[in-house]
Design a binder for this molecule. Sequence first.
Ligand code: HEC
Ligand code: HEC
Length: 340
Amino acid sequence: MSQVERYHCPLKIIIAFWGILLATVSATSMLCFSTGHTTINSIPVWPYGTDPGKSGIAPNGRPDTTLKQLPGAKLRFTEAQIQNPFSPADWFPGDHPAMPAIVAFGRKPLIMACAFCHLPNGKGRPENAGISGLPVSYFVEQMHEFKEGQRRSADSRKHNTALMAAFAKAMTNEEIQQAAEYFGSMKWTPWIKVVETDVVPKTRTSSGMYIPIPGAGKEKLGERIIEVPVDPYGTEELRNPRSGFIAYVPFGSIEKGKALVEGGNKRTSACGVCHGNDLKGLGPVPGIAGRSPSYMARQLYDMQQGTRNGSWTKLMKPVVRNMSEEEVLDVVAYVSSLRP
Ligand code: HEC
Ligand code: HEC
């Protein structure tokens, strides 16, 4: 049995309600589509980190005003400084070029600092996105698509995607350009270690990121990918921009993914023609090698469900249209395991 939680369009309710007016099932299921209800086709929850009942914050008790430190960092910050969305701690200023104001501070009251979620170096986390090393034109295009409602989450419980769109809406073209050039000037480097396994630590979710629960033991991985911080405390509490992630993927998924990515099959096509033979990007098409498998699976589902539907998404439509759940998993397991 699959470990994956599923959720469905409440077809029964819709049929019961509209059945009075429109007595056919086909008409009601079309209606389900036209209201933008995205769960008519079941999609797995692991790329979204929205498992019901799993959300929980770290147990850290009373406000902590001590100065925190990280190995190798000269600066010290309090928890409040680290978690300030309008001026988050910059632990290693030497690791990146000077940040434009929009990246370091955002713009009050509507725009949080990009560095808060994506980190000053743009490495990001599974629940948001790695945004360094993206082509500038692609980056700018995406910001406009968030702005215009063409990038929404297929899972309406994923609130940070809505936040991301709200920031994009409030940004000026100049701010967008500055952020795109800043993050585009840094290369995407290894950040995620991919490990094949059949058991994983039991986890809770924190804004959509899976965090191991100390002492809670293990559970079956099943047909999922679970991506956790290498150092949960350092990532969640200190926002350490030098500590990456481990992605646990099912045994055999990397090899199956490689075959699909390189050769395609009846349902999907090879990826290299557009993303470059090494999958590190080609012109305005973004690199995908070594990026977060949870993030990438989410994008593939969002495109399949039509909630990510920008002008360049058309090129991906035939790729994702008929991909099965297993194929999505295998493909992202392989792509994320590549050295960028
Ligand atoms: C509250 C956290 C948060 C903040 C702050 C934030 N983002 Fe994001 N961003 C996200 C999330 C979440 C996603 C992924 C959405 C999804 O997968 O549904 C994302 C995705 C993106 C992407 C898409 C990357 C890709 O590969 O297509 C870009 C570009 C981006 N953000 C730029 C920015 C910029 C520029 C800023 C600063 C103005 C910013 N973000 C601030 C949460 C955030
Ligand atoms: C015909 C060209 C084409 C092919 C083939 C193709 N892609 Fe894409 N891909 C694109 C374009 C263009 C985008 C940007 C889409 C957008 O702007 O919405 C993209 C975006 C993506 C993204 C989102 C990247 C991000 O940063 O958000 C992922 C993940 C992805 N592709 C994976 C794949 C995989 C895996 C394959 C092979 C199974 C593949 N693509 C095959 C053209 C292609």
